[in-house]
Design a binder for this molecule. Structure first.
Ligand SMILES: Nc1nc2c(ncn2[C@@H]2O[C@H](COP(=O)(O)OP(=O)(O)OP(=O)(O)O)[C@@H](O)[C@H]2O)c(=O)[nH]1
Ligand SMILES: [Mg+2]
Length: 394
């Protein structure tokens, strides 16, 4: 009979997480727009770290610089300090952009292509000049064979009305763009008692997530910090798949003491959720979260006391875990983990509290509550088995 300690599960999650990150496809994004429109502000408000400041920019053409950071699977092509004053500038820039995209597309390194262009126009400057429209058109023409989606981001949109007008103007051009999204990336202080909160990042990230290929979407959701719904949605998909697997395993009723066969499926699920929330594997905070959260649940779900805790929580299960119970257990574990990670991400649980003993009690209480809710909402299939005694170690 298998004995699984929560230490084992924690170690497995950490090592699998590490290998998933190592093999994560890189997301390549290009951000275009005149100097001061808010490109850096936008990127820093979408992604987990302050990519633009922290990363080392390397000029790849006159106007384009490549920003990347060790261990962070994002490559950013930025056009800092771009003064677009005349047709010559537009011309030269179009050439740089199209040849770069072509180069990345044809270098035969899989997944190396530019996945998305964010073309930034400032709402605050109230203008989308004819010359800029031509520039955008020529870029679109230049990249069309490479299937690179272009999103026009209306930055610094502290006036929603101006943003709506500018959006209308650009829409009238009938350009082959994926979307036009007004955004205020950072709160804007009109005066002391009037502060406009940021908005539009959820719509922008949702749009970006929607147009990215599957493998790259996984990276994007892990790296972005602007839209928790994306993380939750992705995590729910991970849970659904794990619960189905658990139910399939449970279709042959599992003796309590052998519930360990559900563990690999649960580990895969926990890794998938940790990835969606973008927890960096080599940081102490991540280790603390995984240790204390999964550690706490371990006792109830996969620990030595599995028998007792399951008996208390799923009384109908008898000595065997049924398909429905296996699914409930898996689902409740996943949902509790999502809830915790969301609360930590939003600052509702402070990092310094994660290592306190009360934290584990709270996690267990949440898990228990979840199982109970689930039990009420679905009838747990009653499976009776032979009344044999459990393994004393199990
Ligand atoms: N309040 C507020 N300020 C913004 C926003 N976007 C940009 N800014 C301000 O506008 C100025 C220029 O923003 P950047 O993000 O540096 O612009 P950029 O496009 O990266 O400029 P370059 O790197 O020079 O090409 C900064 O002072 C920002 O703080 C925003 O959404 N809200
Ligand atoms: Mg910048």
């Amino acid at each position: 009979m298998t004995r699984i300690s929560s230490r084992y599960v924690v170690d497995q999650v950490i090592s699998k997480l590490s290998s998933e990150y190592d093999h994560m496809s890189k997301l390549n994004i290009m951000v275009l727009g005149k100097t001061g429109v808010g490109k850096s502000t936008l990127i820093n408000s979408i992604f987990e770290t302050r990519v633009v400041e922290a990363g080392v920019g390397k000029p790849v053409t006159n106007n384009i610089s490549k920003v990347e950071q060790q261990g962070f699977p994002l490559v950013l092509f930025d056009t800092p300090g771009l003064e677009l004053t005349g047709a010559n500038d537009f011309d030269s820039l179009t050439k740089q952009i199209t040849s770069l995209i072509k180069q990345y597309f044809t270098d035969n390194i899989e997944g190396n292509e530019i996945h998305c262009i964010l073309y930034c126009v400032s709402t605050a400057s109230h203008r989308f000049e004819a010359a800029e429209a031509d520039f955008l058109k020529s870029i679109l023409e230049g990249v069309k064979d490479y299937n690179v989606p272009v999103i026009v981001v209306l930055t610094q949109s502290f006036s929603r009305q101006d943003a709506a007008e500018l959006k209308g103007v650009i829409e009238n051009e009938n350009l082959p763009i994926a979307a036009i999204v007004p955004v205020l990336a950072d709160e804007y202080e009109v005066d002391e008692d009037l502060i406009i909160p940021p908005y539009g990042l959820d719509e922008l990230t949702e749009t970006m997530s929607g147009i990215l290929p599957d493998a790259i979407r996984k990276t994007f959701i892990a790296l972005e910090k602007a839209n928790y719904d994306l993380k939750v949605k992705r995590s729910r998909a991970v849970i659904t798949s794990a619960s189905l697997t658990a139910a399939a395993i449970g279709a042959t009723p599992i003796p309590m003491a052998d519930a360990a066969i559900l563990i690999p499926d649960m580990i895969t699920m926990l890794v998938g959720i940790t990835m969606a929330f973008g927890l960096p594997v080599n940081q102490k905070s991540t280790q603390d979260i995984i240790n204390n959260t999964i550690g706490a649940l371990g006792r109830s779900v996969f620990g030595r006391t599995v028998k007792n805790s399951l008996f208390k929580m799923i009384p109908a299960a008898g000595l065997f875990i049924s398909a429905a119970s296996a699914a409930t257990l898996t689902e409740s574990l996943g949902e509790t983990y999502i809830r915790i990670l969301t609360m930590i991400g939003k600052g509702e649980i402070k990092m310094e509290d994660v290592t306190k003993p009360e934290y584990k009690d709270m996690v267990r209480a949440m898990f228990k509550e979840r199982v109970q809710t689930k039990k009420h909402s679905e009838k747990i299939e009653k499976t009776t088995g032979e009344n044999k005694e459990e393994d004393p170690n199990g």
